[in-house]
Design a protein around this ligand. Structure first.
Ligand SMILES: [Zn+2]
Ligand SMILES: [Zn+2]
Length: 316
């Protein structure tokens, strides 16, 4: 019993794989969408390069996943939001507030740094209001520093939004729908290697253009059966996302070393079954023959060697 308890406590450290000094590592923290399922937490991609720790989106469960990969919440240097749909930001208050604590899993030393579309400042202002009691109480009662719960927000435009220590982040405007502007993907370049993350988008020529030559392309996918698409509500959702055959075309034109799916929107009802991941894979093969993976939470890749490699899987 005592041994079991000890194992449970040391779980995060045991799961962590040490990061080499010059390593460029990309970890899928969450590969889901709004559906609250255990298998796929909300969207979040961790990028560790050039000594920087960057996070793209902060979906549900991002804090648990960070701890699983051995990254204290306060170690995140900057958060980049693709857009403000709730599935991409619902984990943000947790990361911001819990990262402020003095516990070993938290330990932020400076303000919380966020880059995101227009509306990000008002999101953070609203959160400060919503959590005003907690913030006031922890400053007065625990002596936590006000400057560490402070936020530094940059509302971005397309182009290079971050360039520090040889790590460059470029915001790419994508197309998530007429009423859902702006929405961004991100490309992170470091030491001649790069990862591009689509965010939520329909088929996007602009994404293809900016992703060209990228090593790792992490792309969202959505699919539903023809029967389901007769229902208007589902048709609207699908119209905001890239479907497998279209994503295959994106991959064929970008020609990454590896394409990986995340942000799965596989719609179904109790009577109309959802498209399976295997079907997504097979549909993609109609337009793309290159390296392709169905992403999973905690899948990680190392980009800094001669060839991109997938790190050994770990338990969830
Ligand atoms: Zn989404
Ligand atoms: Zn969205």
């Amino acid at each position: 019993m005592a041994l079991l308890a000890l194992a449970a406590l040391s779980f995060p450290a045991a799961m962590a794989q040490p990061l080499a000094a010059d390593e460029f590592r990309v970890t899928l923290l969450g590969t889901g969408s709004p559906a609250p399922i255990i298998k796929r937490f909300g969207p979040g991609v961790l990028v560790q390069a050039g000594g920087k720790t960057l996070l793209i989106d902060s979906g549900r469960g991002v804090t648990q996943r960070l701890l699983q990969v051995g990254v204290p919440l306060g170690k995140v240097d900057a958060l980049f939001l693709t857009h403000l749909h709730s599935d991409h930001v619902v984990g943000l208050p947790d990361l911001w507030l819990t990262g402020w604590l003095q516990a070993s899993y938290a330990q932020r030393k400076g303000p919380f740094v966020v880059y995101g579309p227009v509306g990000t400042q008002s999101l953070m202002d609203g959160l400060a209001l919503a959590y005003a009691w907690d913030i006031r109480a922890r400053i007065a009662d625990q002596g936590l520093k006000p400057e560490v719960i402070a936020t530094v927000v940059t509302e971005i435009k397309p182009g290079v939004v971050y360039d520090r220590g040889g790590v460059k982040v470029t915001a790419i405007e994508v197309d998530h729908g007429e009423k859902l502007k702006p929405a961004f993907g991100y490309r992170i370049d470091h030491a001649g290697r790069s990862v591009t993350i689509s965010g939520d988008t329909r088929f996007s020529e602009n994404l293809i253009e900016h992703a060209k030559g990228t090593d790792l392309l992490i792309h969202q996918v959505a699919a539903a059966s023809d029967e389901l698409l007769k229902l208007p509500a589902f048709k609207v959702i699908l119209a905001h996302h890239t479907q497998p055959e279209e994503a295959g075309t994106v991959f064929s034109r970008v020609q990454p070393q590896l394409a990986v799916y995340y942000h799965f929107v596989l719609l179904g009802t109790p009577t109309i079954p959802a498209v399976t991941e295997q079907q997504v894979f097979d549909m993609t093969r109609k337009t793309y023959n290159g390296p392709l993976l169905i992403g999973e939470d905690l899948m990680a890749f190392r980009l800094d060697g001669d060839k991109l490699v997938q790190l050994p899987p770990r338990e969830r």
